[in-house]
Ligand binder design. Structure first.
Ligand code: BES
Ligand code: MN
Ligand code: ZN
Length: 494
């Protein structure tokens, strides 16, 4: 997206449409400034057809030679306008413009009781993400023209600088989310573990150092969890290491770990056929980590951040791992396999052990880990678990700020009973009850001596239906939260 900002002068800009945001109060107050610049809008402003209600939109044809379309987007009641409302309004505007085949829009930066830079940021986020589409495989594209240029129009010099700053932030964040979405939506015959590693390597273009460990190296490290899950697949596993050194030399890093199952058939404990194709998105955690690192590097955030991704398919075959098997992990612990479909925790276990070598300030793992999380929280919130209340608090706050929201679940020791094994240290499935928590508890067996949090994004990473700036399919959940968390990181957690 080409972004720019300039002082607002009627006729002093060119775009296929002009976007103006209007609150319900503006409408009740006659919206005089809109009428003054666009007299043609008087008709609709005098009618009750457009009330400025949130998520509403209408188009006025002004008859002007330049920018003859005026897109009016409602913001609702002034007192209830939040950044999330603004983000959604940005999506509404961009979607309407796209439907009208506009390649460029000029947005009048609304003056709200919110930080102007954050308003510009969220408008850009909503705008870019709202018109996201995955059309790579259509031989004939649905949209003939794509929105490619957004110009902000501001009234004051101060807003000019705020808009510039916010725009860059919004674009940096949206680029990471878009990358995560593309990785998730890619089919597993193309996005193999090797292809995922190559995509991660692409981040060297923004200054991220990427190292990819191959199967012999994984064997040498004794990553028994990753190797067990990989046994049934004809494609080799990889362990991807990404390093962003934006912080002071010697400052302990924040480590992000992402589940990278490029296809989860369930293995020998095979999943039912219905909807199995969605499991091409079982690398949503990996996508979030790659996406977040892209944004963090593009925005040159002054922290040291490491991304770790264990990646493989989970397939049934004559060589596949089986229920009843006992697996020995990198840290020497053992697990009895109760269900080969509980594979995510096995690959994450080794990655959590590997993370300890960085002496990290914190480790956060993200995974499309349990169907139980979708049952508990639906597609609205990510499940948060962890061993450090201060870290959990920071994550919760980042979730609220970005609307990439999380809800905490307890890792109470009473639940450990469910994953006790008769023959090994732990069992990889705890049965039906508290499935999200027992998965979190399993992971806790493999962490090092660092503050740790686990995000179960099974419900938020993939959606059955789009809404606002969130699309059907892979959403890039976790990217906005992680970027905000790292950006606002206040040093070591208590
Ligand atoms: N990848 C799935 C979890 C999942 C389900 C993600 C639906 C997104 C949507 C995971 O590997 C899995 O299969 N988990 C099992 C665990 C069980 C066997 C203990 C599950 O949730 O059923
Ligand atoms: Mn599974
Ligand atoms: Zn899985």
């Amino acid at each position: 997206m080409k972004l720019s900002v300039q002082r607002f002068k009627p006729e002093g800009y060119s775009a296929d449409a002009t976007v103006v945001f209007i609150s319900q109060e503006d409408i009740r107050g006659k919206a005089e400034n809109v009428r003054a610049h666009w007299p043609a809008a008087s008709g609709i402003l005098d009618s009750n057809d457009f009330t400025g209600a949130k998520d509403s939109v209408t188009v006025v044809y002004t008859g002007a030679k330049k920018s003859s379309r005026l897109i009016l987007v409602g913001l609702g009641e002034t007192a209830s306008i939040t950044l999330e409302r603004v983000r959604r309004a940005g999506a509404t505007a961009a979607q309407k413009a796209t439907a009208l085949q506009c390649e460029s829009i000029a947005i009048l930066l609304p003056s709200l009781a919110l930080d102007a830079a954050e308003v510009a940021q969220t408008l850009v986020e909503g705008g870019i993400l709202g018109v996201y589409s995955f059309d790579k495989y259509f031989t004939e594209k649905k949209e003939k023209k794509k929105l490619a240029r957004i110009t902000f129009l501001v009234d004051e010099q101060g807003d000019l600088n705020a808009a510039k700053k916010g725009m860059a932030m919004g674009e940096g964040i949206a680029n990471g989310v878009t990358l995560a979405r593309d990785l998730m939506n890619a089919p597993s015959n193309e996005l193999t573990p090797e292809a995922l590693a190559n995509q991660a390597k692409g981040l060297d273009a923004v200054g991220v150092k990427v190292t990819v460990l191959n199967k012999p190296q994984i064997e040498k490290l004794k990553m028994g969890g990753l190797l067990a899950v990989n046994q049934g697949s004809v494609r080799p596993p990889f362990f991807i290491v990404m390093e962003w050194k934006g912080g002071k030399a010697g400052e302990a890093p924040i480590v992000l770990v992402g589940k990278g199952i490029t296809f989860d058939s369930g293995g020998i404990s095979i999943k039912p056929a219905g909807g199995m194709g969605e499991m091409k998105m079982d690398m949503g955690g990996a996508a979030a980590v790659v996406g977040a690192l892209r944004s963090i590097a593009e925005l040159k955030i002054a922290r040291n951040v490491i991304g770790l991704i264990p990646t493989t398919e989970n397939m049934p075959s004559g060589s596949a791992y089986k229920p009843g098997d006992v697996v020995t992990f990198m840290n020497g612990k053992t697990a009895e396999i109760d269900n080969t479909d509980a594979e995510g925790r096995l690959v994450l276990a080794d990655a959590l052990t590997y993370a300890d070598r960085y002496k990290p300030q914190a480790v956060i793992d993200l995974a499309t880990l349990t169907g139980a999380c979708v049952v508990a929280l639906g597609n609205v919130a990510t499940g948060l678990m962890g061993n450090n209340p201060a870290l959990n608090g920071r994550i919760r706050e980042a979730g609220e700020r970005t609307y990439d929201r999380v809800v905490e679940l307890p890792l109470w020791e009473e639940y450990e009973e469910l994953i006790k094994s008769d023959i090994a240290d732990v069992k990889n499935s705890g049965g039906r009850g508290a499935g999200t928590i027992t998965a979190g508890l399993f992971l806790q067996h493999f962490i090092g001596s660092y503050p740790w949090a686990h995000l179960d994004i099974a419900g938020t990473a993939m959606l059955p239906k789009g809404s606002g700036y969130l699309n059907k399919g892979g959403t890039g959940a976790g990217v906005r939260l992680l970027v905000d968390l790292v950006r606002t990181w206040g040093g070591p957690v208590a």
